[in-house]
Design a protein around this ligand. Structure first.
Ligand code: IPE
Ligand code: IPE
Ligand code: MG
Length: 313
């Protein structure tokens, strides 16, 4: 499901006074200019949380739904523009027992019905990514109702990844690009081959086109990915979009995760140096001036690094 294209522009507002005393103290240590634009969370560990208390897994999921609301509200108070939560994967849908999947669907509906008012009170918009059309129709109806009921909010966008798999998202994007090209060729009365030849394949298909065909086309890539419960894997989440995201893994189980832990993760993120393949911000103009000219470096490589028997005579 792709969300509606006419979405309001994000409008930050001053709600820091709504943070708890503990959150406010931690927020005071953050750089407000470096709050991430987009945080994505792999909410893992519900089953283990329940297991540790000798409870059934579904009680862990129920407790995990409580965490969602706490974390989203803190995110909205600090003006985080986008938060994306991995709530139910395509593989969860295929590989978990039917009884657990059914419970998760019921929980999703009751979460949405029970929290839309709080979303509106917090100016949060709700959207979804994933193969939503494969979910039960009554679940889809409730989802649509919740997104419509919050569509005019101008604060944080909460995106729930549901029946989501990143590889299937990329497959869907490729299909969309191809379908659009075929439609255009049809409209112009030419073959697909002719259409591609007019502008060249490079002009028709590059990174920009693929990003634009993903479910997340309207969002910036996540700056920060958080995974709870200690697993050091991505589990088919936003593979394309997290190419240069910072990753924060905590052993804390999702049902124990709160707004304060989101702030801790952001504090850790703010200490990182993001380089995007370059040399980073700490590399100054003086460092650049101190570099030897390329020709001299090439000379040194030949004289110093080439084994003597291979050096040109
Ligand atoms: C995450 O908790 C929630 C979903 C995947 C739906 P898990 O259910 O994966 O919990 P663990 O990993 O078994 O503890
Ligand atoms: C990832 O957790 C999916 C969600 C959090 C919804 P899983 O528990 O499904 O991941 P694996 O199976 O441990 O990789
Ligand atoms: Mg898990």
């Amino acid at each position: 499901m792709r969300a509606s294209t006419t979405r309001p522009v994000f409008q930050p507002c001053s709600r820091l006074h709504e943070l708890s005393a503990e959150e406010a103290a931690l927020y005071a240590q953050l750089d407000p200019q470096k709050i991430p634009q987009h945080v994505a969370i792999i909410m893992d560990g519900n089953g283990r949380w329940a297991g540790k208390r000798a409870l059934k897994r579904f009680l862990g999921h129920q407790q995990g739904a409580e965490s969602v609301q706490f974390v989203v509200e803190t995110a909205s108070r600090i003006n985080l523009p986008f938060i994306t939560l991995y709530a139910f994967s395509l593989e969860n849908n295929l590989r978990r027992p039917k009884s657990e999947v059914n419970f998760l669907m019921k929980l999703l509906r009751s979460y949405l019905v029970g929290n839309v008012k709080r979303m509106n009170d917090n100016n949060v918009r709700m959207e979804y990514i994933g193969r939503i059309c494969e979910l039960p129709s009554e679940v889809q109806d409730t989802m649509q109702w919740a997104s419509e009921a919050t569509a005019r909010n101008t604060g944080t966008t909460l995106t729930l990844a549901l029946n989501y798999g990143s590889r299937s998202e990329i497959v869907d994007a490729a299909r969309k690009i191809l379908t659009d090209l075929i439609a255009e060729a049809h409209q112009r009365g030419c073959s697909l081959e002719d259409l591609i030849q007019v502008d060249g394949l490079e002009a028709r298909l590059d990174e920009h086109h693929i990003s634009g065909a993903l479910y997340t086309a309207h969002m910036p890539d996540p700056d920060l990915v958080i995974r709870t419960s200690g697993e050091q894997r991505i589990s088919n989440f936003l593979l394309w979009q997290i190419a240069y995201s910072e990753i924060f893994i905590t052993d804390r189980l999702w049902p124990d995760f709160r707004g304060i832990h989101l702030l801790e993760a952001i504090q850790n993120y703010q200490k990182r140096e993001r380089r995007f393949g370059g040399l980073g911000e700490t590399f100054t103009d003086e460092d650049l001036d101190a570099l030897e000219p390329a020709a001299e470096v090439a000379e040194e490589i030949v004289t110093e690094l080439t084994p003597k028997q291979l050096a040109p005579r």
